[in-house]
Write a protein that binds this ligand. Structure first.
Ligand code: BES
Ligand code: ZN
Ligand code: ZN
Length: 489
């Protein structure tokens, strides 16, 4: 739980006081803090550099058993992400020390050239996100999340941003929900089961939900979703969550790829690529968590989330390379490769969203291609859109939340790479190069005239090693970004 404290750090009783220190200037405006920081700076091992960290036990000026000093580097170079990382490191230190609570001193904005709100928000986020651990499959929990994280701020700041801890906890709570779902192994999140888990939470937020099972998908001719699901014992599903406040005129549609396991199908993946394919539903997780957050925060926009959910397996009933299927849109697709399944389920979900809801803006988010990871690495997502304003808004949101997005092109002439001799389109491009682009171009064939952007999160959705405010595994990428985006339109 995140809390603001208006008292000065020295009189605060706490298990651990955290003091951020820059290498060149004082950034906390408090006499007790300045005195101890001066003492600590005399030590050889602590200069306030970005990686510096030192603990003093029971220093006389404070009512606490420990003070943790953490370096922030040069004051002029501090960015929101530096502060998120600092708060995250402090929380991880607290968890390792088996604390239940700690207090973080928030630097003043005079020497750090950031708005007070930006400083506080970044620190709240880093702390909240670092406090999450995924341990539901372990009996022995080697460490526990902190119960309370307090932030010492000046009363003037505290009064102004009274509601900020609650808001940050709500959005970061969304990120954590998404992380948990992605971390759950595929044997415990078959499409129907995953859909029901989301629906239970959606009901509590009074979101309207609609679940289509295999029968309804057949009746409504979702041929592409059914083709991907054909090799699995688990039935596919399409979950729709609708946040519909009174008087809302615009509709924003969010569509998330929900492949609960991607074996590649008959075009079986290699054993190394199979490893992380439980995370192939990270797009759907991001959409579901965003919908729950939007409902909780009572946004006045109408937002509709679409989650096509399938398991891509191989068996005697699986779709074969060379098969031709008819998608929901009526377009036929030659299956050049059963491992290019994400674009198939997204195509059906996109056509359905466009036809039935006529949204003003449509965004899809998906762990779509290995090629996007090749191009941009694991630290950023690719954004594809013909609409400059839409792409820029998404990129701005990503800069704000540090879920970085990089604009990628949609060259018209590359579309010929998706030509099929037998069907309307092939799901496998003729060239192995530019795979993230050809995947996005495939999707563009199903959006008609809708303002549309595609976010490929194959790189940043999952990390083998943790960072300062994320454990190893799922990152929850996209939830904070989409929530911020919805606040901008
Ligand atoms: N789920 C994968 C993409 C992926 C790769 C996600 C790495 C996360 C990490 C997707 O379904 C896939 O297999 N794409 C193929 C497409 C190809 C067959 C045209 C790819 O990227 O190789
Ligand atoms: Zn695949
Ligand atoms: Zn996939």
């Amino acid at each position: 739980m995140l809390q603001l404290k208006f008292t000065d750090p020295a009189s605060q009783k706490t298990e651990m006081m955290v003091i951020p220190v820059c290498e060149d200037t004082d950034i906390v405006d408090d006499p007790a803090v300045t005195t101890t920081v001066d003492q600590v700076r005399k030590l050889k091992e602590f200069k306030g550099a970005g990686s510096d960290k030192i603990v003093l036990y029971s220093p006389p000026q404070f009512h606490t058993a420990r003070v943790l000093f953490i370096g922030l580097g040069e004051a002029g170079k501090v960015e929101p992400e530096t502060l998120r990382a600092l708060a995250g490191r402090a929380v991880k230190h607290g968890i390792k020390s088996k604390l239940t609570q700690m207090t973080v001193v928030v630097p003043s904005s005079e020497n750090i050239h950031l708005e007070p709100k930006v400083i506080l928000e970044a620190m709240l986020e880093g702390a909240c996100l670092a406090n999450h651990r995924f341990d539901q499959y372990r009996k022995e929990k080697d460490s526990k999340s902190l119960k309370r994280i307090q932030f010492c701020v000046k009363p003037r700041i505290g009064r102004r941003f009274r509601n900020l801890p609650g808001r940050v906890a709500a959005t970061c709570g969304g990120t954590i929900l998404a992380r948990n779902w992605v971390n759950i192994p595929s044997n415990d999140k078959k499409p129907a089961e995953f859909a029901r888990t989301i629906m239970r939470l959606a009901k509590k937020q009074r979101l309207k939900s609609k679940l289509m099972g295999k029968k309804e998908l057949q009746q409504n001719k979702f041929g592409a979703i059914l083709a991907v699901a054909a090799g699995s014992q688990a039935a596919p599903a399409m979950l729709i969550l609708d946040h519909h406040p009174q008087g809302a005129k615009q509709i924003v549609a969010l569509i998330g790829k929900g492949v609960t396991f991607d074996s590649g199908g008959l075009n079986l993946k290699s054993s190394t690529s199979l490893n992380l394919m439980k995370s192939d539903m990270a797009g759907a997780a991001a959409v579901a968590a965003t919908m729950l957050t939007v409902a909780r925060q009572q946004s006045n926009l109408r937002v509709v989330g679409f989650m096509p959910l399938v398991e891509n397996m191989l068996s005697a009933t699986a779709t074969r390379p060379g098969d031709i299927i008819r998608s929901y849109s009526g377009k036929t697709v030659e299956i050049g490769n059963t491992d290019a399944e994400g674009r198939l389920i997204l195509a059906d979900a996109i056509s359905y969203a466009v036809q039935k809801y006529r949204p003003q803006v449509l965004i899809d988010i998906a762990t779509l291609t290995g090629a996007c990871v090749m191009a941009l690495g694991e630290g950023m997502a690719g954004v594809f859109s013909d609409d400059d304003e839409l792409a820029q808004t998404i990129i701005q949101s990503g800069d704000k939340t540090h879920e970085r997005c990089w604009r990628m092109p949609l060259p018209e002439d590359y579309k010929k790479l998706l030509k099929s001799e037998l069907a309307d389109i092939n799901n496998m491009p003729k060239s192995r190069w530019g795979g993230a682009i050809t995947a996005a171009l495939f999707l563009s064939e199903f959006v008609s005239k809708t303002r549309w952007a595609h976010i490929d999160i194959a790189g940043p959705a999952y990390r083998k090693k943790g960072n300062d405010y994320c454990g190893p595994g799922a990152t929850g990428f996209g939830v904070r970004l989409l929530c911020d985006f919805l606040g901008r339109i």
